[in-house]
Structures are given as structure tokens and as C-alpha cells.
Design a protein around this ligand. Structure first.
Ligand SMILES: NC(=O)c1ccc[n+]([C@@H]2O[C@H](COP(=O)([O-])OP(=O)(O)OC[C@H]3O[C@@H](n4cnc5c(N)ncnc54)[C@H](O)[C@@H]3O)[C@@H](O)[C@H]2O)c1
Length: 241
């Protein structure tokens, strides 16, 4: 238990499972009141983590969620844009459906949340936005044209908001984290021999734990990173894909 996020209000999209869940739990342990916005209910119970149904692709639903948190707490200090999916195929087999759904959730969903919460943070003069990118965005990966496009897209957006939301003296910082391979549901469809190969491509010789990404998110969410903005932080065990 620490106090690095004491009295802070945080919203983590895709907070019901995987990396988002670890962010929620860690932020709450550091004193924040945390909202886990997700399509599906929480896969865990934690003090000061509240589930809120959220579909990041549904603009109206995003507005409802943001105004309900604003009505209760008057502010949102931390936004982690974490909700994301993969729908892999070699490009010549990538259908419009596979392209559109990944763009909709991973890119439009991030845009939807920030266009509501960024201005709120500016008004409040304070905030930290963290976009979850990927090693796949940084280096590319066979079969992931759609995913790679979104994961570099969220880096461009974070760098843009670092400039846009810091206008008028607002202390609003925006950064991105590019995790390496971390064992969560998103990797369920990846064969074990490929996962072993990915582990072998890291300097540390292993995959990451969701908590290790959450710790990086805590750094960027808290004032420990008060002079860090517009930055992409790779958390990947030294992986070069
Ligand atoms: N696990 C990895 O190896 C890895 C590596 C790099 C980046 N990432 C990124 O980390 C983030 C979290 O992934 P994860 O590995 O924890 O996956 P996960 O599948 O365990 O969790 C993703 C969560 O997002 C939620 N979600 C999906 N669509 C949503 C929507 N429209 N609205 C709201 N919530 C929605 C899901 O219900 C789920 O709870 C993703 O953006 C992913 O791209 C993961």
C-alpha cells in the first residue's frame, strides 16, 4: 500500500481483465478511486475498484460514463486507454470486418475517451493520460497490419495530446506504453512455440507479467513522472521483434 495516487480518480478502459485489471488493482492500492470500464464484468474483486459498463466504440455510452464519474467526483485525474483487441490475418486475407473492428476499438475508442476526458482535465488543470501501445506497433509483426496501425496510431495521438491538452498552462501529461508479450487472454490464440520464440527474443529471456506493465502505468499516472510527457515507454524485457 502506498499513496502515490491518493485522492485521484482514475478510469481504466478494458479494466476487467489482463493488463487493465492489474492497473486498476495497483492504482487502488496506491490510494486512487478506480473505475474499470469494460464490456464484461470484473474478473476479480478489489477495494476501491468499481466496474462501470463501457463500450469504447459507442460514443454515447462513453459520454454517459464520463458524465456519471464527473457528477460523482467532479473530475478524472488519470485515464488509461487500455481496451484493445487483435484480429490477425495476413494482409491479403484481411477482410474489411477484421480491419474495421480493430480500428474501431483500438483507435476510435481511444479517440472517443480522450476527446471527452482531455478537455475535462484541462479545465481541472491536472491529469495524466496513458495510451497502451505495443511492441507490435514499434516493430511490426506478420499478420497484424490492422493491430500495428492502431498501436502506432495511439502513440501519435498521445504525442498530439501532450501538446494539445497542456495549453493554457494545464498540467496535463500524455504518454504511451508499448508492452512486450504479456500472458493475458489476448495471447490465447498464439501457439506455445511462438510464445517461446517471443520470450527468446527478449534480453531477459521471458514474457512479461501484467503487473510489470501496471507498474509502468503507475509511474506515468503519478507525479513521479511529473516532467515526462509525449513519451513512448517500452516495457518489453529488451525485445526487438
Ligand atoms: N498481452 C500482451 O501481450 C499485450 C502486448 C502489447 C500490448 N497489449 C495491449 O494491452 C491492452 C490490454 O490487453 P490485455 O493483454 O490485457 O488483453 P485482455 O484481452 O486480457 O483485456 C482486454 C480488455 O479489453 C476489454 N474490451 C474489449 N473491447 C472493449 C470495448 N469495446 N470497450 C471496452 N472494453 C473492451 C475486454 O473485455 C478485456 O477485458 C490492449 O490494448 C493490448 O493491445 C497487450
Amino acid at each position: 500500500m502506498g499513496n502515490r495516487l491518493e485522492r485521484k480518480i482514475a478510469l481504466v478502459t478494458g479494466g476487467s481483465a489482463g493488463i487493465g485489471a492489474e492497473c486498476c488493482k495497483l492504482f487502488a492500492r496506491e490510494g486512487a478511486i478506480v473505475f474499470a470500464g469494460d464490456l464484461k464484468p470484473l474478473s476479480y474483486e478489489a477495494e476501491n475498484v468499481e466496474y462501470i459498463r463501457l463500450d469504447v466504440t459507442d460514443t454515447k455510452n462513453c459520454e454517459e460514463v464520463v458524465s456519471s464519474i464527473k457528477n460523482r467526483h467532479g473530475k478524472i485525474d488519470v485515464l488509461v486507454n487500455n481496451a484493445g483487441i487483435t484480429r490477425d490475418a495476413l494482409i491479403h486475407k484481411m477482410t474489411d470486418e477484421l480491419w474495421d473492428i480493430v480500428i474501431d476499438i483500438n483507435l476510435k475508442g481511444v479517440f472517443n475517451m480522450a476527446r471527452l476526458i482531455g478537455p475535462l482535465m484541462m479545465e481541472n488543470g491536472y491529469g495524466s493520460i496513458i495510451n497502451i501501445s505495443s511492441v507490435v506497433g514499434e516493430f511490426g509483426n506478420i499478420g497484424q497490419t490492422n493491430y500495428a496501425a492502431t498501436k502506432m496510431g495511439v502513440v501519435g495521438m498521445a504525442k498530439t495530446w501532450a501538446k494539445e491538452f497542456a495549453r493554457k498552462g494545464a498540467n496535463v501529461r500524455c504518454n504511451a506504453i508499448a508492452p512486450g508479450y504479456v500472458m493475458t487472454d489476448i495471447l490465447k490464440t498464439v501457439p506455445q512455440d511462438l510464445l517461446d520464440q517471443f520470450a527468446g527474443l527478449t534480453m531477459l529471456g521471458r514474457l512479461g507479467e501484467p503487473e510489470e506493465i501496471a507498474k509502468a502505468a503507475l509511474f506515468l499516472a503519478s507525479d513521479e513522472s511529473s516532467y515526462v510527457t509525449g513519451h513512448l515507454l517500452s516495457v518489453n524485457g529488451g525485445m526487438r521483434l
